[in-house]
Design a protein around this ligand. Structure first.
Ligand SMILES: Nc1ncnc2c1ncn2[C@@H]1O[C@H](COP(=O)(O)OP(=O)(O)OP(=O)(O)O)[C@@H](O)[C@H]1O
Ligand SMILES: [Mg+2]
Length: 356
């Protein structure tokens, strides 16, 4: 499952044209600022995930030099029907599949894509929000109602913040949040089990035995999520009233990544951190395949950064074994043999330089 071709129109610095992709590994090479991350972002958008958060709003996306304010991305799916996905970004965001409107949720389910752009190292080094994003991205793909319930929960947390700021009573909103919060905790715990089970197959990429677990936001004293939520709210009541922010619940969750018994972000070298980050994404992809029966497309930016030649070999082997479509980028000159197709990106122009 993946894309045969994608047409970029007016998208950032990418030359307007159609690019053909191979069903296996596609490696984008080129200097800094040439457009590699932009190409990956385009594929992310055509898969229903929207633009990357790079400090810009989606309205500022269209190309600077075209004079037009409409971006259009068109992808042809690599399945028996060769369906066409068309995404337009102007003042509105519209998606069509074979000319019929489709929601982003349905499109993500149709063509699951896993990405951690623009920097997968943020899974290890970044704030807890990046790790929550990984869990939420997976759950959105696997459980159709997850995104809606997460939104309901987030709305509830906003209301609770307003109530706390106005020194009101929170009992009512806490009761409404209870089933959502405990369900999200259960789902996140299950998805981490799913990733852990798949990590056994990626052990050669992992420098040390690696364990992942959920750290429930402001909670964790009791095993049952419902009881834990109620109990943690009780013991944090004063804190919430003093700080005027909700401190208990999934919006404060983190995912603990431990290698060899210590926190990965503190103990690992940069190369090993990258190996763990990539291994987590691959394990997540394996889990998605088991649950959905479809191989997710992988988008990996700056794939070879910080990896030594052993690390690269292990990574390429792991990617080939998965038989999934991969779009990866590297800014380093790439002279080694590569088991896929290599593209050269230069000032937004893309050329195939090596056939597999
Ligand atoms: N809306 C836009 N219109 C036109 N060009 C844009 C737009 N937004 C960003 N750019 C240009 O895109 C280029 C950045 O591309 P991108 O981040 O994809 O580079 P890259 O090849 O990934 O570089 P690196 O190796 O540094 O990661 C910059 O030159 C930037 O000026
Ligand atoms: Mg880049």
């Amino acid at each position: 499952m993946g894309y045969n071709r994608v047409r970029f129109n007016n998208f950032r610095n990418i030359e307007p044209r159609e690019i053909k992709w191979t069903p296996g590994l596609n490696l984008l090479t080129g200097p800094n600022g040439s457009g590699k991350t932009n190409l990956l972002e385009g594929i992310n958008i055509v898969s229903g995930w929207g633009p990357l958060e790079r400090g810009t709003r989606s309205s500022s996306i269209p190309s600077w030099n075209s004079g037009s304010s409409e971006v259009q991305l068109t992808g042809q799916l690599d399945d028996e029907n060769g369906e066409i996905v068309k995404v337009k970004l102007s003042s509105r965001y519209t998606i069509r599949l074979d000319e019929k409107p489709i929601t982003a949720t349905d499109l993500r389910w149709k063509i699951p894509v896993l990405s951690f752009l623009p920097n997968d190292m943020s899974i290890i080094e970044g704030s807890a929000s990046f790790r929550r994003r990984l869990m939420d991205m997976l759950l959105t793909l696997i459980i159709p109602v997850y995104a809606t319930r997460l939104n309901d929960y987030r709305r509830g947390i906003k209301q609770k913040t307003v109530i706390l700021r106005n020194h009101g009573k929170t009992d009512f909103i806490d009761r409404a949040l209870l089933p959502l919060a405990s369900w999200i905790w259960k789902m996140r715990e299950e998805v981490l089990v799913m990733i852990s089970e798949s990590m056994d197959d990626i052990y050669d990429l992992l420098p040390y035995p690696t364990e992942i677990s959920l750290v429930r936001g402001g909670a964790g004293s009791l095993p049952q999520p419902e009881e834990d939520f109620i109990y943690s709210l009780k013991i944090n009541k004063n804190k919430e009233e003093v700080l005027n922010v909700p401190v208990v619940g999934p919006h404060r969750d983190d995912m603990l990544i431990r290698t060899n018994g210590t926190t990965a972000a503190l103990s690992l070298s940069r190369g090993f951190r990258r190996r763990v980050a990539v291994a987590l994404i691959l394990a997540a992809a394996d889990g998605v395949r088991r649950k959905l029966g479809k191989d997710p497309v992988l988008l990996l930016d700056e794939i070879t950064a910080e990896l030594d030649s052993d690390g690269r070999d292990l990574l390429f082997c792991a990617l080939i074994e998965r038989k999934t479509q991969v779009f990866a980028s590297t800014a380093e000159p790439f002279a080694e043999s590569f088991p896929g197709r290599i593209y050269r990106v230069d000032s937004g122009r893309v050329e195939i330089i090596d056939e597999d």
